[in-house]
Write a protein that binds this ligand. Sequence first.
Ligand code: ZN
Length: 117
Amino acid sequence: MKNEMQIDRNVLAVVVAQALLTLNRISNRFIAQRWASAIEKASERLAKQDVQMWTPGAPSGGLVVFSARSNGRIYHVTNEGCQCVAWHEGFPCWHRAALRLLQRYNEVTEEQQRKRA
Ligand SMILES: [Zn+2]
């Protein structure tokens, strides 16, 4: 089941800014920098809708990200991990950043809908 959600870029920008702020809590500056790069890349890909999304929390348990740079490989991404090289080497990857951003994005849009109701 493909999720055809349209990304609201304004909401995405808020979520990205909040995510970058939380990096201050990471004491390892190298890892924090890797997360910052991962978040930036995830934000670009999400804005371009360059990912195939499964609603986080759905039975599939995660998000499927279409990775164009890796010859069209599809990674199954969950909060527990990813299938890409960076993850297996122990580094933050943009796939997991994208998953986390989307989870926050959904929380923020649900809050907004509750306030409007
Ligand atoms: Zn990954």
